[in-house]
Design a protein around this ligand. Structure first.
Ligand SMILES: [Zn+2]
Length: 522
Protein backbone atom coordinates (compact mmCIF):
# COMPACT_ATOMS: atom_id res chain seq x y z
CA UNK A 1 0.00 0.00 0.00
CA UNK A 2 2.93 2.38 0.35
CA UNK A 3 2.65 3.33 -3.32
CA UNK A 4 -0.83 4.70 -2.68
CA UNK A 5 -0.27 6.71 0.46
CA UNK A 6 1.44 9.68 -1.20
CA UNK A 7 -1.93 10.83 -2.54
CA UNK A 8 -3.05 12.53 0.65
CA UNK A 9 -4.99 15.38 -0.95
CA UNK A 10 -8.72 14.86 -0.71
CA UNK A 11 -10.46 13.65 -3.84
CA UNK A 12 -12.63 16.73 -3.92
CA UNK A 13 -9.64 19.04 -4.00
CA UNK A 14 -8.05 16.94 -6.71
CA UNK A 15 -11.22 17.08 -8.75
CA UNK A 16 -11.49 20.82 -8.49
CA UNK A 17 -7.89 21.22 -9.51
CA UNK A 18 -8.44 18.84 -12.41
CA UNK A 19 -11.49 20.66 -13.64
CA UNK A 20 -9.45 23.83 -13.66
CA UNK A 21 -6.60 22.07 -15.43
CA UNK A 22 -8.98 20.61 -17.98
CA UNK A 23 -10.43 24.04 -18.66
CA UNK A 24 -6.94 25.44 -19.12
CA UNK A 25 -6.05 22.57 -21.44
CA UNK A 26 -9.12 23.18 -23.55
CA UNK A 27 -8.41 26.88 -23.81
CA UNK A 28 -4.83 26.17 -24.87
CA UNK A 29 -5.94 23.60 -27.42
CA UNK A 30 -8.37 26.15 -28.78
CA UNK A 31 -5.51 28.51 -29.48
CA UNK A 32 -3.53 25.70 -31.15
CA UNK A 33 -0.25 26.69 -29.59
CA UNK A 34 2.83 24.82 -30.70
CA UNK A 35 3.65 22.13 -28.13
CA UNK A 36 5.55 23.62 -25.21
CA UNK A 37 8.02 25.69 -27.23
CA UNK A 38 7.58 28.84 -25.20
CA UNK A 39 8.06 27.18 -21.84
CA UNK A 40 11.32 25.50 -22.73
CA UNK A 41 14.62 27.04 -21.82
CA UNK A 42 17.08 27.11 -24.69
CA UNK A 43 19.57 24.25 -24.72
CA UNK A 44 23.13 25.25 -23.86
CA UNK A 45 24.86 26.63 -26.98
CA UNK A 46 28.52 26.93 -27.79
CA UNK A 47 29.64 30.54 -28.16
CA UNK A 48 28.82 31.62 -31.72
CA UNK A 49 32.34 32.71 -32.57
CA UNK A 50 34.10 29.52 -31.39
CA UNK A 51 35.07 27.12 -34.20
CA UNK A 52 33.13 23.86 -34.03
CA UNK A 53 35.08 20.82 -32.89
CA UNK A 54 35.84 18.39 -35.67
CA UNK A 55 37.26 14.87 -35.75
CA UNK A 56 37.46 11.91 -38.10
CA UNK A 57 37.01 8.26 -37.15
CA UNK A 58 39.19 6.19 -39.46
CA UNK A 59 39.36 2.45 -40.10
CA UNK A 60 36.12 1.33 -38.47
CA UNK A 61 33.66 -1.05 -40.08
CA UNK A 62 30.51 1.01 -40.25
CA UNK A 63 27.20 -0.65 -39.37
CA UNK A 64 25.18 2.34 -40.50
CA UNK A 65 21.92 1.28 -38.83
CA UNK A 66 20.09 0.40 -42.07
CA UNK A 67 20.85 -3.32 -41.78
CA UNK A 68 23.14 -3.20 -44.83
CA UNK A 69 26.48 -5.06 -44.62
CA UNK A 70 29.46 -3.49 -42.85
CA UNK A 71 31.60 -1.12 -44.92
CA UNK A 72 34.99 0.23 -43.89
CA UNK A 73 34.61 3.99 -44.15
CA UNK A 74 35.80 7.18 -42.55
CA UNK A 75 33.35 9.36 -40.69
CA UNK A 76 33.84 13.07 -40.03
CA UNK A 77 31.99 14.77 -37.20
CA UNK A 78 31.75 18.56 -36.93
CA UNK A 79 30.05 19.90 -33.85
CA UNK A 80 27.08 17.65 -33.16
CA UNK A 81 26.66 16.36 -36.74
CA UNK A 82 28.04 13.69 -39.03
CA UNK A 83 29.19 15.70 -42.03
CA UNK A 84 30.96 13.12 -44.17
CA UNK A 85 30.91 9.33 -44.57
CA UNK A 86 33.10 7.58 -47.13
CA UNK A 87 36.63 6.97 -48.27
CA UNK A 88 38.51 10.21 -47.72
CA UNK A 89 41.72 11.38 -46.14
CA UNK A 90 41.52 13.56 -43.03
CA UNK A 91 42.69 17.15 -43.46
CA UNK A 92 46.10 18.15 -42.16
CA UNK A 93 45.90 18.90 -38.46
CA UNK A 94 42.48 17.31 -38.09
CA UNK A 95 41.88 15.15 -34.99
CA UNK A 96 41.90 11.51 -36.05
CA UNK A 97 40.52 8.55 -34.11
CA UNK A 98 41.93 5.25 -35.34
CA UNK A 99 39.34 2.51 -34.97
CA UNK A 100 40.72 -0.45 -36.90
CA UNK A 101 38.92 -3.67 -36.03
CA UNK A 102 36.06 -1.83 -34.33
CA UNK A 103 32.48 -1.43 -35.51
CA UNK A 104 31.01 2.07 -35.68
CA UNK A 105 27.24 2.14 -35.22
CA UNK A 106 24.64 4.79 -34.45
CA UNK A 107 24.08 5.22 -30.71
CA UNK A 108 21.61 2.68 -29.35
CA UNK A 109 18.04 3.78 -28.62
CA UNK A 110 16.06 2.01 -25.89
CA UNK A 111 12.27 2.19 -26.27
CA UNK A 112 11.67 0.71 -22.80
CA UNK A 113 13.90 2.05 -20.05
CA UNK A 114 13.36 2.65 -16.33
CA UNK A 115 16.26 5.03 -15.61
CA UNK A 116 13.98 7.97 -14.79
CA UNK A 117 14.36 7.81 -10.99
CA UNK A 118 18.02 6.79 -11.21
CA UNK A 119 18.92 9.73 -13.45
CA UNK A 120 17.77 12.14 -10.75
CA UNK A 121 20.99 11.43 -8.84
CA UNK A 122 23.08 9.74 -11.53
CA UNK A 123 23.23 11.97 -14.58
CA UNK A 124 26.23 10.07 -15.98
CA UNK A 125 24.24 6.82 -16.21
CA UNK A 126 27.34 4.66 -16.53
CA UNK A 127 25.36 1.42 -16.55
CA UNK A 128 23.50 2.74 -19.61
CA UNK A 129 26.19 4.48 -21.68
CA UNK A 130 28.55 1.53 -21.10
CA UNK A 131 26.09 -0.51 -23.17
CA UNK A 132 26.33 1.95 -26.07
CA UNK A 133 23.00 3.60 -25.30
CA UNK A 134 22.57 7.24 -26.29
CA UNK A 135 18.78 7.70 -26.01
CA UNK A 136 16.31 6.37 -23.42
CA UNK A 137 12.52 6.39 -23.63
CA UNK A 138 11.18 6.75 -20.07
CA UNK A 139 7.76 6.80 -18.41
CA UNK A 140 7.04 3.13 -19.05
CA UNK A 141 4.44 0.58 -18.00
CA UNK A 142 1.85 3.27 -17.29
CA UNK A 143 3.97 5.23 -14.83
CA UNK A 144 5.47 8.64 -15.53
CA UNK A 145 6.58 11.66 -13.53
CA UNK A 146 4.10 14.51 -13.25
CA UNK A 147 3.98 17.21 -14.45
CA UNK A 148 6.00 15.99 -17.41
CA UNK A 149 7.05 19.45 -18.58
CA UNK A 150 8.60 20.21 -15.21
CA UNK A 151 10.53 16.92 -15.20
CA UNK A 152 11.84 17.48 -18.73
CA UNK A 153 12.86 21.04 -17.89
CA UNK A 154 15.11 19.72 -15.13
CA UNK A 155 16.97 17.73 -17.78
CA UNK A 156 17.20 20.73 -20.08
CA UNK A 157 18.80 22.80 -17.33
CA UNK A 158 20.95 20.01 -15.91
CA UNK A 159 21.41 17.44 -18.70
CA UNK A 160 22.40 13.82 -18.42
CA UNK A 161 25.17 12.09 -20.38
CA UNK A 162 22.56 10.73 -22.79
CA UNK A 163 19.29 11.84 -24.36
CA UNK A 164 15.96 11.31 -22.65
CA UNK A 165 12.39 11.08 -23.93
CA UNK A 166 9.17 10.72 -21.98
CA UNK A 167 5.80 8.99 -22.23
CA UNK A 168 2.56 9.88 -20.47
CA UNK A 169 1.76 7.09 -18.03
CA UNK A 170 -1.80 5.78 -18.17
CA UNK A 171 -1.77 4.68 -14.50
CA UNK A 172 -0.23 7.98 -13.41
CA UNK A 173 -3.05 9.90 -15.04
CA UNK A 174 -5.62 7.41 -13.73
CA UNK A 175 -4.42 7.97 -10.15
CA UNK A 176 -4.43 11.73 -10.58
CA UNK A 177 -8.09 11.58 -11.57
CA UNK A 178 -9.42 8.69 -9.45
CA UNK A 179 -7.17 8.92 -6.41
CA UNK A 180 -7.40 5.84 -4.21
CA UNK A 181 -10.77 4.90 -5.67
CA UNK A 182 -9.29 3.28 -8.77
CA UNK A 183 -10.44 -0.34 -8.34
CA UNK A 184 -13.29 0.08 -10.81
CA UNK A 185 -13.90 1.26 -14.36
CA UNK A 186 -13.69 5.03 -14.73
CA UNK A 187 -16.81 7.10 -15.40
CA UNK A 188 -17.18 9.06 -18.62
CA UNK A 189 -16.44 12.25 -16.74
CA UNK A 190 -13.25 10.76 -15.30
CA UNK A 191 -12.18 9.50 -18.71
CA UNK A 192 -12.63 13.01 -20.09
CA UNK A 193 -10.37 14.33 -17.32
CA UNK A 194 -7.78 11.65 -18.04
CA UNK A 195 -7.84 12.53 -21.72
CA UNK A 196 -7.29 16.19 -20.85
CA UNK A 197 -4.27 15.24 -18.76
CA UNK A 198 -2.85 13.12 -21.58
CA UNK A 199 -3.32 16.18 -23.77
CA UNK A 200 -1.35 18.22 -21.26
CA UNK A 201 1.44 15.61 -21.09
CA UNK A 202 1.74 15.47 -24.86
CA UNK A 203 1.91 19.25 -25.14
CA UNK A 204 4.57 19.28 -22.45
CA UNK A 205 6.82 17.05 -24.51
CA UNK A 206 5.76 13.40 -24.16
CA UNK A 207 5.96 11.26 -27.31
CA UNK A 208 3.22 8.77 -26.55
CA UNK A 209 1.12 6.93 -24.01
CA UNK A 210 2.39 4.00 -21.95
CA UNK A 211 0.28 1.52 -20.06
CA UNK A 212 0.81 -1.35 -17.66
CA UNK A 213 -2.54 -3.08 -17.85
CA UNK A 214 -1.30 -6.09 -15.88
CA UNK A 215 -0.49 -3.89 -12.91
CA UNK A 216 -2.80 -2.87 -10.09
CA UNK A 217 -3.95 0.59 -11.21
CA UNK A 218 -4.13 -0.09 -14.94
CA UNK A 219 -5.79 -3.47 -14.60
CA UNK A 220 -9.16 -1.96 -13.64
CA UNK A 221 -9.43 0.10 -16.80
CA UNK A 222 -11.81 -0.84 -19.58
CA UNK A 223 -10.43 -0.97 -23.12
CA UNK A 224 -12.57 2.07 -24.01
CA UNK A 225 -10.84 4.15 -21.36
CA UNK A 226 -7.42 3.36 -22.81
CA UNK A 227 -8.70 4.03 -26.33
CA UNK A 228 -9.93 7.47 -25.29
CA UNK A 229 -6.50 8.35 -23.92
CA UNK A 230 -4.60 6.74 -26.80
CA UNK A 231 -6.60 8.80 -29.29
CA UNK A 232 -5.29 11.98 -27.68
CA UNK A 233 -1.68 10.75 -27.88
CA UNK A 234 -2.24 9.82 -31.51
CA UNK A 235 -3.59 13.27 -32.33
CA UNK A 236 -0.15 14.64 -31.44
CA UNK A 237 1.63 12.04 -33.57
CA UNK A 238 2.41 9.88 -30.55
CA UNK A 239 2.25 6.09 -30.22
CA UNK A 240 0.91 3.68 -27.64
CA UNK A 241 3.34 1.33 -25.91
CA UNK A 242 1.89 -1.25 -23.58
CA UNK A 243 2.84 -3.82 -21.01
CA UNK A 244 -0.24 -5.69 -22.13
CA UNK A 245 -3.00 -6.91 -19.84
CA UNK A 246 -1.69 -10.45 -19.59
CA UNK A 247 1.66 -12.03 -20.44
CA UNK A 248 0.56 -15.47 -19.29
CA UNK A 249 -2.31 -17.80 -20.23
CA UNK A 250 -4.38 -14.94 -21.68
CA UNK A 251 -1.56 -13.39 -23.70
CA UNK A 252 -3.42 -13.72 -26.98
CA UNK A 253 -6.49 -11.89 -25.68
CA UNK A 254 -4.23 -9.14 -24.40
CA UNK A 255 -2.51 -8.88 -27.78
CA UNK A 256 -5.88 -8.59 -29.51
CA UNK A 257 -6.74 -5.78 -27.12
CA UNK A 258 -3.51 -3.99 -28.05
CA UNK A 259 -4.46 -4.20 -31.73
CA UNK A 260 -7.96 -2.97 -30.95
CA UNK A 261 -6.58 0.03 -29.04
CA UNK A 262 -4.44 0.87 -32.07
CA UNK A 263 -7.34 0.61 -34.50
CA UNK A 264 -9.87 2.44 -32.35
CA UNK A 265 -7.38 5.00 -31.09
CA UNK A 266 -5.96 5.46 -34.60
CA UNK A 267 -2.32 5.39 -33.60
CA UNK A 268 0.72 3.09 -33.86
CA UNK A 269 1.06 0.47 -31.13
CA UNK A 270 3.99 -1.39 -29.62
CA UNK A 271 3.82 -4.60 -27.60
CA UNK A 272 6.61 -3.88 -25.18
CA UNK A 273 8.88 -6.57 -23.69
CA UNK A 274 6.97 -9.13 -25.75
CA UNK A 275 6.93 -12.51 -24.04
CA UNK A 276 5.00 -15.71 -23.38
CA UNK A 277 5.36 -16.20 -19.66
CA UNK A 278 3.47 -19.31 -18.65
CA UNK A 279 3.55 -23.01 -19.46
CA UNK A 280 0.13 -22.72 -21.12
CA UNK A 281 1.41 -20.41 -23.89
CA UNK A 282 5.01 -21.55 -24.25
CA UNK A 283 6.23 -22.24 -27.79
CA UNK A 284 3.47 -20.16 -29.41
CA UNK A 285 5.65 -17.23 -30.53
CA UNK A 286 5.16 -18.14 -34.19
CA UNK A 287 1.40 -17.72 -33.74
CA UNK A 288 1.98 -14.30 -32.22
CA UNK A 289 4.13 -13.34 -35.19
CA UNK A 290 1.48 -14.55 -37.63
CA UNK A 291 -1.18 -12.52 -35.83
CA UNK A 292 0.86 -9.31 -35.81
CA UNK A 293 1.98 -9.86 -39.41
CA UNK A 294 -1.66 -10.14 -40.46
CA UNK A 295 -2.42 -6.83 -38.75
CA UNK A 296 0.60 -5.23 -40.40
CA UNK A 297 -0.45 -6.49 -43.82
CA UNK A 298 -3.90 -5.05 -43.18
CA UNK A 299 -2.22 -1.67 -42.76
CA UNK A 300 -1.91 -1.39 -38.99
CA UNK A 301 1.30 0.03 -37.57
CA UNK A 302 2.30 -2.51 -34.92
CA UNK A 303 5.75 -3.26 -33.58
CA UNK A 304 7.26 -4.93 -30.54
CA UNK A 305 10.37 -4.79 -28.46
CA UNK A 306 12.06 -7.65 -26.65
CA UNK A 307 14.77 -8.00 -24.03
CA UNK A 308 17.27 -10.83 -24.47
CA UNK A 309 16.60 -12.77 -21.26
CA UNK A 310 14.32 -15.68 -20.47
CA UNK A 311 13.43 -14.20 -17.11
CA UNK A 312 11.30 -11.20 -16.14
CA UNK A 313 11.43 -8.91 -13.10
CA UNK A 314 8.26 -7.61 -11.49
CA UNK A 315 6.16 -8.00 -8.35
CA UNK A 316 4.47 -11.16 -7.06
CA UNK A 317 0.94 -9.88 -7.63
CA UNK A 318 1.29 -10.14 -11.42
CA UNK A 319 1.49 -13.92 -10.97
CA UNK A 320 -2.13 -14.09 -9.85
CA UNK A 321 -4.23 -12.66 -12.69
CA UNK A 322 -7.60 -13.26 -10.96
CA UNK A 323 -6.37 -11.18 -7.99
CA UNK A 324 -7.47 -13.84 -5.48
CA UNK A 325 -4.24 -13.37 -3.60
CA UNK A 326 -5.33 -15.25 -0.48
CA UNK A 327 -7.01 -18.13 -2.27
CA UNK A 328 -4.70 -21.18 -2.06
CA UNK A 329 -6.08 -22.71 -5.27
CA UNK A 330 -5.45 -19.54 -7.31
CA UNK A 331 -2.00 -18.95 -5.82
CA UNK A 332 -1.02 -22.57 -6.27
CA UNK A 333 -2.09 -22.46 -9.93
CA UNK A 334 -0.03 -19.29 -10.38
CA UNK A 335 3.07 -21.15 -9.18
CA UNK A 336 2.34 -24.12 -11.44
CA UNK A 337 1.81 -21.81 -14.42
CA UNK A 338 5.39 -20.59 -14.28
CA UNK A 339 6.82 -24.08 -14.03
CA UNK A 340 7.17 -24.24 -10.24
CA UNK A 341 8.48 -22.25 -7.24
CA UNK A 342 12.12 -22.88 -8.20
CA UNK A 343 11.56 -20.51 -11.16
CA UNK A 344 10.77 -17.56 -8.89
CA UNK A 345 13.72 -15.65 -7.40
CA UNK A 346 12.90 -13.17 -4.63
CA UNK A 347 14.70 -9.84 -5.16
CA UNK A 348 13.01 -7.71 -2.50
CA UNK A 349 10.72 -8.29 0.42
CA UNK A 350 10.90 -5.61 3.10
CA UNK A 351 9.58 -7.63 6.08
CA UNK A 352 12.14 -10.39 5.38
CA UNK A 353 15.25 -9.03 3.66
CA UNK A 354 16.93 -12.42 4.20
CA UNK A 355 14.71 -13.88 1.47
CA UNK A 356 16.51 -11.77 -1.10
CA UNK A 357 18.47 -13.89 -3.56
CA UNK A 358 16.53 -17.06 -2.69
CA UNK A 359 13.90 -18.80 -4.74
CA UNK A 360 10.36 -19.09 -3.49
CA UNK A 361 11.00 -22.84 -3.21
CA UNK A 362 14.07 -22.39 -0.99
CA UNK A 363 12.60 -19.66 1.20
CA UNK A 364 9.47 -21.76 1.81
CA UNK A 365 11.57 -24.81 2.67
CA UNK A 366 13.62 -22.80 5.17
CA UNK A 367 10.42 -21.59 6.80
CA UNK A 368 8.90 -25.06 6.81
CA UNK A 369 5.79 -23.95 4.90
CA UNK A 370 4.56 -24.57 1.37
CA UNK A 371 5.46 -22.20 -1.48
CA UNK A 372 1.76 -21.38 -1.79
CA UNK A 373 1.58 -20.38 1.89
CA UNK A 374 4.68 -18.22 1.53
CA UNK A 375 3.43 -16.50 -1.61
CA UNK A 376 0.11 -15.69 0.09
CA UNK A 377 2.06 -14.25 3.01
CA UNK A 378 4.38 -12.15 0.82
CA UNK A 379 1.51 -10.53 -1.08
CA UNK A 380 -0.45 -9.97 2.13
CA UNK A 381 2.55 -8.31 3.80
CA UNK A 382 3.10 -5.72 1.09
CA UNK A 383 4.28 -7.71 -1.94
CA UNK A 384 7.87 -8.03 -3.07
CA UNK A 385 10.10 -8.06 -6.12
CA UNK A 386 10.56 -11.26 -8.08
CA UNK A 387 12.52 -12.50 -11.04
CA UNK A 388 10.60 -15.17 -12.90
CA UNK A 389 12.57 -17.59 -15.04
CA UNK A 390 9.47 -18.40 -16.99
CA UNK A 391 10.09 -17.77 -20.68
CA UNK A 392 11.58 -20.12 -23.22
CA UNK A 393 14.63 -19.32 -25.30
CA UNK A 394 12.82 -20.79 -28.28
CA UNK A 395 10.04 -18.19 -28.13
CA UNK A 396 12.58 -15.43 -27.65
CA UNK A 397 14.41 -16.56 -30.75
CA UNK A 398 11.21 -16.50 -32.82
CA UNK A 399 10.45 -12.97 -31.60
CA UNK A 400 13.93 -11.76 -32.53
CA UNK A 401 13.49 -13.29 -35.99
CA UNK A 402 10.72 -10.78 -36.74
CA UNK A 403 11.96 -7.66 -38.56
CA UNK A 404 9.56 -5.44 -36.56
CA UNK A 405 10.91 -6.51 -33.16
CA UNK A 406 13.43 -4.04 -31.76
CA UNK A 407 15.87 -4.56 -28.91
CA UNK A 408 14.83 -2.97 -25.61
CA UNK A 409 16.11 -3.43 -22.07
CA UNK A 410 13.16 -2.82 -19.74
CA UNK A 411 16.19 -2.05 -17.61
CA UNK A 412 17.74 1.04 -16.18
CA UNK A 413 20.03 2.47 -13.55
CA UNK A 414 20.18 0.34 -10.39
CA UNK A 415 18.03 -2.50 -11.69
CA UNK A 416 18.21 -5.86 -9.89
CA UNK A 417 17.97 -7.78 -13.15
CA UNK A 418 21.04 -8.18 -15.38
CA UNK A 419 19.18 -6.60 -18.30
CA UNK A 420 19.67 -3.23 -16.56
CA UNK A 421 23.38 -3.17 -17.38
CA UNK A 422 23.79 -5.92 -19.96
CA UNK A 423 21.07 -5.93 -22.62
CA UNK A 424 22.79 -4.38 -25.65
CA UNK A 425 26.22 -6.03 -25.30
CA UNK A 426 24.39 -9.29 -24.61
CA UNK A 427 22.60 -9.07 -27.96
CA UNK A 428 25.86 -8.28 -29.78
CA UNK A 429 27.99 -10.80 -27.90
CA UNK A 430 25.59 -13.71 -27.47
CA UNK A 431 22.62 -13.46 -29.86
CA UNK A 432 24.87 -12.30 -32.71
CA UNK A 433 28.41 -13.62 -32.13
CA UNK A 434 27.82 -16.81 -30.15
CA UNK A 435 24.31 -17.97 -31.08
CA UNK A 436 23.99 -16.57 -34.65
CA UNK A 437 20.36 -15.59 -34.17
CA UNK A 438 20.87 -12.28 -36.00
CA UNK A 439 23.53 -10.80 -38.25
CA UNK A 440 25.44 -7.94 -36.71
CA UNK A 441 24.07 -5.28 -39.11
CA UNK A 442 20.51 -6.49 -38.49
CA UNK A 443 20.98 -6.46 -34.70
CA UNK A 444 22.31 -2.91 -34.97
CA UNK A 445 19.27 -1.92 -37.05
CA UNK A 446 16.97 -3.22 -34.28
CA UNK A 447 18.87 -1.01 -31.79
CA UNK A 448 19.09 2.13 -33.92
CA UNK A 449 17.12 3.04 -37.05
CA UNK A 450 14.09 0.90 -36.13
CA UNK A 451 13.52 2.53 -32.71
CA UNK A 452 14.48 5.94 -34.20
CA UNK A 453 11.73 5.46 -36.81
CA UNK A 454 9.23 4.44 -34.14
CA UNK A 455 10.11 7.53 -32.08
CA UNK A 456 10.16 9.81 -35.15
CA UNK A 457 13.75 10.78 -34.46
CA UNK A 458 14.39 11.64 -38.08
CA UNK A 459 17.97 12.80 -37.62
CA UNK A 460 19.19 9.90 -35.46
CA UNK A 461 19.61 6.15 -35.80
CA UNK A 462 21.80 6.15 -38.91
CA UNK A 463 25.47 6.85 -39.64
CA UNK A 464 24.78 9.21 -42.51
CA UNK A 465 25.73 12.72 -43.52
CA UNK A 466 23.55 15.28 -41.78
CA UNK A 467 22.54 13.01 -38.90
CA UNK A 468 23.28 13.85 -35.26
CA UNK A 469 26.57 12.31 -34.13
CA UNK A 470 25.19 9.90 -31.54
CA UNK A 471 27.67 7.09 -32.10
CA UNK A 472 28.79 3.83 -30.53
CA UNK A 473 32.12 2.23 -31.29
CA UNK A 474 32.51 -1.39 -30.16
CA UNK A 475 34.77 -4.39 -30.56
CA UNK A 476 32.72 -7.13 -32.24
CA UNK A 477 35.16 -9.81 -31.00
CA UNK A 478 34.91 -8.95 -27.32
CA UNK A 479 31.65 -7.09 -26.71
CA UNK A 480 29.74 -8.93 -23.98
CA UNK A 481 27.47 -8.47 -20.98
CA UNK A 482 28.98 -9.17 -17.54
CA UNK A 483 25.89 -8.58 -15.41
CA UNK A 484 24.28 -11.67 -13.89
CA UNK A 485 21.36 -12.37 -11.58
CA UNK A 486 23.88 -12.53 -8.73
CA UNK A 487 25.72 -9.36 -9.84
CA UNK A 488 23.18 -7.37 -11.86
CA UNK A 489 25.15 -4.12 -11.76
CA UNK A 490 28.34 -5.42 -13.33
CA UNK A 491 29.20 -3.29 -16.35
CA UNK A 492 29.47 -4.68 -19.85
CA UNK A 493 32.70 -4.95 -21.81
CA UNK A 494 33.71 -4.15 -25.36
CA UNK A 495 31.90 -0.87 -25.87
CA UNK A 496 34.94 1.31 -26.61
CA UNK A 497 33.58 4.79 -27.20
CA UNK A 498 30.17 6.42 -27.06
CA UNK A 499 29.44 9.89 -28.42
CA UNK A 500 26.30 11.90 -27.76
CA UNK A 501 25.88 14.88 -30.11
CA UNK A 502 29.55 14.51 -31.08
CA UNK A 503 30.76 14.60 -27.46
CA UNK A 504 32.59 11.61 -25.98
CA UNK A 505 30.67 10.34 -22.93
CA UNK A 506 32.10 6.81 -22.54
CA UNK A 507 35.74 5.90 -23.06
CA UNK A 508 36.57 2.17 -22.85
CA UNK A 509 35.90 1.67 -19.14
CA UNK A 510 34.74 4.96 -17.72
CA UNK A 511 32.33 7.83 -18.19
CA UNK A 512 34.16 10.97 -19.30
CA UNK A 513 31.93 13.16 -17.15
CA UNK A 514 30.49 15.00 -20.16
CA UNK A 515 26.73 15.53 -20.07
CA UNK A 516 25.61 16.59 -23.55
CA UNK A 517 22.28 14.74 -23.39
CA UNK A 518 19.18 16.44 -24.73
CA UNK A 519 15.49 16.18 -24.12
CA UNK A 520 14.07 14.78 -27.35
CA UNK A 521 12.42 15.21 -29.73
CA UNK A 522 12.87 18.94 -29.02
ZN1 LIG B 1 6.58 -3.93 -18.04
Amino acid sequence: MRAHSRFSVSRLAVRIALLAAAALVLSLVGRAEPPQQAAQSAPPQTAPAAPQKSFVIVGADVADGSGEPLVQESVRVVGDRIVRVGNFVPDAGETVMHADGLVLAPGFIDTHNHSGPGLETDRLAESQISQGLTTLLLGQDGSSPWPIGEWLDKFRKDPAALNVMMLVGHATVRRLVMGDDFRRPATLEEIAHMAALVDQGMREGAVGLSSGLEYEVGSYSATEEVVAMARVAGKYGGFYISHIRDEADRSFEAMHELLEIGREGELPVQNTHIKLGTVGVWYRAAEVATMYDAARHAGQDVTADCYPYDAWHSNFKVLVPNKKYDDPASVSKAIDDVGGPQNLLITDFEPHPEYQGHTLADAAKTRGITPTQLLIEIIRDGDGGVIGHTMTEQDMRVFYAQPWVMVSSDGGIGMKHPRGAGTYPRVLGRLVREWHWLTLPEAVRRMTSLPAWRLKLHDRGLVKEGMVADLTLFDPRTVIDRSTFAEPQKLSEGIEKVYVSGVLVWDHDHATGAKPGKVLPK
